[in-house]
Design a protein around this ligand. Structure first.
Ligand code: HEC
Ligand code: HEC
Length: 410
């Protein structure tokens, strides 16, 4: 049997070398957001051991993936981080998916990552603060768990150096999942499906580091799809490069290119005039938003003080707690603007309920304090400008991949 398989493998390899290389390459190349990556192990009803074994036996599920980002976000492809140390495979994404939605990682099996970063709430949550085991709350709002593939240091204050480090934190955090790493590992080892998956995917089986690697890999697969704003950018670049009188003949001259243009025009339809004006404000001196919300994911991944919460008796000092540098007092990591309509309330302390409130905050120049970023200044926007800015941010909302939230090992 073995030798037949080997012979077939050799034939397959030589076939691919004989000119089929690109097809072989292609099989490893995926665009994140492809729902197949997060659809769970194929099958219906409770996940059976036989389903898991079949899944693990397929070599295609263990091939390192070459990933591309969806349109729009792909402008930030150069910013992809973490894959060298922890390559993505279909099997690792799937294991991470199961762990992400599994409350058995918490001390009393009631809280999972998705309790505070839920797909129905834009991978964040609607409460002001995260709510952990026994209803405990901290002082910070749940940030989004998507587009993490473009982000290095994690948390509002950047205290976790990588997504892998971040992912194991909540399990042992007394006010989140309130477990110990030791106990979580023991629990997983006692679930045959998990044990089989870890043993096949990682050389050293179930360890807390591998839990972190799997969850981080799943999170990296969660990306925002193209928004009306992204289509509008494509339309703009067409119209900038091709004069209007030539654009009319594109359909005959270059049908392929025309198709792309027409698709972008269609996608940009929901980008209202107001949102288009808002875009100008966001990107220009008038709003100065891109001084920090820069790049395709609208964040510089840096820390800034806007004065949020600084009027408290004992303010949350944010980045300062990590660096102990005076200048970092009250500074927090710039969050993304993508899918912002789904992730209220806003700011590190969840103190602002609407985008209108946020825009007012910037218009008045933040809250004065000794450490206020010099990039935050009074804007003197008109009421129309404010509405336009809000509408622009709304137009930065795209679709997420469909996610299986059940089908966990028994
Ligand atoms: C009880 C609610 C709660 C649970 C459970 C929880 N988180 Fe969080 N998460 C938060 C809060 C609140 C923060 C921000 C904390 C901070 O910055 O100090 C956060 C931060 C993060 C970040 C950082 C995002 C960024 O922009 O830097 C990621 C990623 C994340 N959590 C993923 C997870 C994963 C994975 C799990 C499960 C292992 C999990 N969380 C469990 C509430 C929760
Ligand atoms: C100096 C850098 C900087 C500038 C300029 C800036 N932002 Fe921000 N933005 C941040 C940071 C940092 C936060 C989080 C602050 C906190 O929680 O304390 C934030 C938070 C936000 C949020 C809430 C996001 C969330 O998930 O909670 C929105 C919306 C937002 N900014 C929009 C804008 C708009 C619109 C502009 C332009 C008018 C703008 N920002 C200008 C850095 C900046």
């Amino acid at each position: 049997m073995k030798s037949i398989c080997l012979a077939l493998a050799i034939v397959a390899t030589s076939l691919s070398l004989a000119g089929n290389l690109s097809a072989d390459d292609k099989s490893d190349k995926v665009t994140l957001g492809d729902p197949a990556l997060t659809a769970g192990i194929p099958g219906k009803g409770p996940l059976e051991m036989s389903d898991i074994n079949k899944w693990l036996a397929d070599p295609a599920n263990h091939k390192p993936l070459t990933v591309e980002l969806p349109n729009g976000l792909n402008a930030a492809a150069g910013q992809i981080t973490g894959l060298d140390a922890n390559p993505m495979t279909r099997a690792k994404i799937e294991l991470g998916r199961q762990l992400y939605f599994d409350p058995r990682l918490s001390s009393d099996s009631t809280v999972s990552c998705s309790s505070c970063h839920h797909p129905d709430y834009g991978w964040a949550f609607e409460s002001q603060f995260g709510i952990g085991v026994d209803g405990q709350q901290g002082g910070r709002n749940s940030p989004v768990a998507f587009n993490r593939i473009l982000s290095g240091a994690q948390f509002w204050d950047g205290r976790a150096g990588s997504l892998e480090d971040q992912a194991v934190g909540p399990i042992a955090n007394p006010i989140e999942m309130a477990n110990t790493h030791e106990n979580a590992v023991k629990t997983l080892k006692n679930i045959p499906g998990y044990k089989a998956e870890f043993d096949k995917i990682f050389k050293d089986g179930v360890t807390i580091d591998n839990v972190g690697k799997a969850i981080a890999t799943f999170e990296r697969a969660i990306v925002t799809g193209p928004a009306p704003y992204d289509y509008y950018e494509v339309v703009r670049s067409f119209e900038k490069q091709i004069p209007a009188d030539e654009l009319k003949f594109l359909k005959e001259d270059d049908p392929e290119l025309y198709k792309k243009y027409a698709a972008a025009k269609e996608g940009a339809k929901t980008m209202s005039e107001s949102a288009r004006r808002g875009r100008e404000i966001f990107f220009s001196e008038k709003g100065k938003c891109t001084a920090c919300h820069a790049g395709a994911n609208f964040t510089d991944e840096q820390y800034h003080n806007l004065g949020v919460g600084m009027d408290a008796e004992k303010p949350d000092l944010g980045r300062y707690e990590v660096t102990k540098q005076e200048k970092d007092k009250g500074a927090f990591k710039t969050p993304t603007i993508r899918n912002i309509t789904q992730t209220a309330p806003y700011m590190h302390d969840g103190s602002q309920k609407t985008l209108e409130e946020v825009v007012e905050w910037y218009d008045k120049g933040g809250h004065p304090n000794a450490y206020l970023s010099e990039k935050v200044q009074k804007l003197n926007l008109t009421e129309q400008d404010k509405t336009d800015l809000v509408n622009f941010m709304k137009a930065c909302t795209g679709e997420f991949p469909k996610i299986e939230t059940g089908r966990l090992p028994k």
